[in-house]
Design a binder for this molecule. Sequence first.
Ligand code: AHR
Length: 312
Amino acid sequence: LMTTVAALALCGTAATAQTVGFSQIGSESGWRAAETTLTRQQAEKRGYQLQFSDAQQRQENQIAAIRSFVAQGVDAILLAPVVATGWDSVLQEAQEAEIPVVLLDRRVDSSEDLYLTAVGSDLVHEGEVAGQWLVDQVEGEDCRIVELQGTTGSSPAIDRKAGFEAAIADHENLEIVRSQTGDFTRAQGKEVMESFLQAENGGADICALYAHNDDMAVGAIQAIKEAGLAPGEDILVVSIDAVPDIFQAMAAGEANATVELTPNMAGPAFDALEAYWADGTEPEKFIQTESRLYTQADDPQGEYDRRKDLGY
Ligand code: AHR
């Protein structure tokens, strides 16, 4: 059965350009900047008007942006939610205004009925892939791990931690000895890594770093170098995102592995919206993007160049 929302959307779509509001988290990482760039590219290619709002990492700014999109009567809203909780009221307001909401890259704990679909990767699996890589890499040797977590309360920080812990759980030789948030930023990744190094015998007692994103890993690599150690050799570095800068570090032998999160979330999101606008087709509640592991053996310079060509 076609919903009222779909029926209404159908009436208004034929000749006019779609207006889409995009509540973006901020620009905390290279990955986030790439997602913004690709969303703008996709909107332009499809002839949409994109209303872009940068929330500077604050949920209250995202809520205000969504309310403003609702007041403007946009045709759809893209939301990359900074944290997982606290979205029920504003999602209800969008639903009452019959505006479909698509979640990008992070998840919320609200009822699925409050949004059209969510585009993203299996975030737990990403953590598992990173953890399994380390298990295989150390081949039974003892390994004391430090962990840089993403933004507290965000779904990638929660899920990537859980996935990594699950992967190492049955391996007594692997242990997370320190774990703290670096808020997904390069600056905080460096700062927190400096404190880890200090607390762990100048870094001599650390075997590996697991960072929930590449930017924190890049900041930590700098801290490791400044401490007189060789990142990628003295301390193994595994992270998530696969942005150009981590491939540069991998090409230099300073990072070991990364798990890709595609920044092109808007492509599948707009495809789903177009089908919905056309005839009310309801997409699956979760549209999953691929996650794959890259190591130093996977032509890091070529991967860097390929992403730069795509405009990341
Ligand atoms: O939600 C995806 C995460 O957010 C990316 O891994 C990280 O770089 C970004 O800040």
